[in-house]
Design a protein around this ligand. Structure first.
Ligand code: AVI
Length: 326
């Protein structure tokens, strides 16, 4: 959806509730039991995620912001005649604002396309980016695929697609590859991606980032259960589920789980869900894959993007990579 036309947002509440119910029914019945992490981000979940980004133990946002501020100018210098930037999942828009403000020699005005399924997230991001001079902000309330396609139909020149915040880490490796291949299929030779990726670091640092002493991440995880109670009419006892973060070294991923403290029944008549969990049984709610730098290059190359620069924050183990479509 193009915000320049100033049409009211179309409500997706009805269809997305049905989809939520269908996904809960399907994923809870799997072995191991799961819930998709995309459902973390209702209004409360998004606010909790914002809080996580400010925690001293969760370093992704600050490390990436430092890299964007230090190398933003270089990003634009390496991509002369760039006319469009598309950010997939802009969050509150602060990362993109940092990038645009760091660029002294960028095209002016520049078209900035923000793609997100959440209208409230888009509105916040658009306001943040709107404070940068000489940019035209265009919002696309859509999935990444649909929003990118929509954004690219409006472009005339060279495009940079930004996927920041280590969001790529929430895909499993085949999913990450499919995601980048999709982007590659939509862009032209010479267009580019800017990818922010969290790196493998000590187990201790990884675990405290996903199981913080203030218990904000625990609340973020358990909010999924609250959402099932509120939106689907379940009556889950939140106190009976513990938050657990695990570093799976073999798969290079931090997993988040909800662990039943005692035998629990999850019943959602409206969604035809009746699942019996034993004490200690877990629901796997998220994976955050961590990378080593060479793996990022390999992933990009295998999707026909040629990495042309990579900046690494050694203090917090984070990589920002720019790669051109070939
Ligand atoms: C959005 N995503 C990159 C975050 C991550 O680190 O995987 C979500 C998150 N989960 C727990 N803390 C933050």
């Amino acid at each position: 959806m193009d915000s320049r036309t100033e049409k009211p947002f179309v409500s997706l509440a009805h269809t997305s509730l049905e989809q939520f119910a269908a996904d809960v029914r399907y994923y809870l019945s799997l072995t191991p039991r799961q819930l998709p992490s995309r459902y973390f981000y209702d209004d409360l979940g998004s606010a909790l995620f914002e809080a996580i980004c400010r925690l001293p133990w969760y370093t992704i946002t600050r490390a990436e912001t430092r890299l964007l501020a230090a190398h933003g100018d270089d990003v634009f210098r390496r991509l002369p005649s760039l006319t469009h930037v598309v950010e997939l999942g802009p969050g509150n828009g602060e990362k993109l604002r940092t990038l645009l403000e760091a660029a002294s020699r960028r095209q002016k005005p520049m078209d900035v396309h923000l793609v997100d399924v959440s209208p409230s997230a888009l509105a916040i991001a658009a306001q943040t980016i709107g404070s940068v001079g000489d940019v035209r902000v265009i919002m696309h309330q859509a999935t990444y695929d649909a929003g990118l396609r929509e954004a690219l139909t409006q472009r005339t020149g060279r495009t940079l697609v930004a996927f920041l915040g280590s969001n790529i880490g929430n895909f499993d490796p085949p999913g990450a590859s499919a995601f980048l291949q999709n982007i590659r299929a939509s862009v032209k030779n010479g267009d580019a991606v800017l990818l922010g990726v969290d790196l493998v670091k000590s187990t201790e640092r990884l675990l405290v980032a996903y199981d913080d002493p203030l218990r904000i991440t625990a609340a973020f995880n358990r909010n999924l259960l609250l959402r099932m109670n509120r939106d689907l009419g379940a009556s889950i006892d939140l106190d009976e589920f513990l938050h657990r973060a695990v570093w799976n070294a073999e798969q290079r991923r931090v997993e988040m789980h909800l662990v039943a403290r005692s035998a629990q029944t999850i019943e959602i008549p409206r969604a035809h869900v009746e699942e019996h969990l034993q004490a200690g049984e877990t629901i796997w709610t998220e994976s955050s894959y961590k990378y080593v730098p060479a793996q990022i290059d390999d992933l990009l190359e295998s999707c026909r993007f040629n990495p042309t620069a990579q900046w690494i924050d050694r203090d917090d183990g984070f990589a920002l990579t720019i790669a051109e479509a070939f």
